[in-house]
Design a protein around this ligand. Sequence first.
Ligand SMILES: [Zn+2]
Length: 210
Amino acid sequence: MEATTRAPIRTCAGCREALPQEELVRLAVVPEAPWLVPDAKGKLGGRGVWVMPSVECIERAAKKGGFARALKRKVDVDPIVLVDLITKQLEDRFRGLVLGALRAGHLKAGVDVARDSVERGRAHLLWVAEDAGRREDVEARAARLGAACLVWGTRETLGDYLGRGEVAVVAIEDEGLANAIVRVTNRLAGLHGGCPSPHKHATPEDRKPA
Ligand SMILES: [Zn+2]
């Protein structure tokens, strides 16, 4: 990760690594089970604790006292429940970003329009279905022209997100939305069984000059 952010540094309750806040998930204490819930919008007040969005760190924090240490109280957290809650929250965020891009006219769906978007230098991110035809060609073209590439889901998955039939390729033309989508998918990649969980994540910082 490039040191371009001045985000506050927080400590993961699992592995105790200190990282920029944006790479961690804030969990807030709630008065009943599941005791800790993801505080996606930072609006839940009260005591909170930070953890990396990784199954390993969440399990470690739950089982080895990391949450209790950070919160200075005993919490009986089921890591499986917590992983599910965080996954669900990130999936909702992903869906929201994709639909936001669609509604704002920053999303181009379909092989031909996405290719056109890349060639005009408008695409900041290509979301490519695993079963897209000539997928390697699409990825190579994106890399050459400087668009990040996310490979995840099937054509049916992409279509479901957009509320239409099968879609092989989606181009995101807004840089802020593209960056936000990449951040969410990178986080989801640390959570098993979470979807979308990209095989390959690209960061916009990796983009090569066109
Ligand atoms: Zn950790």
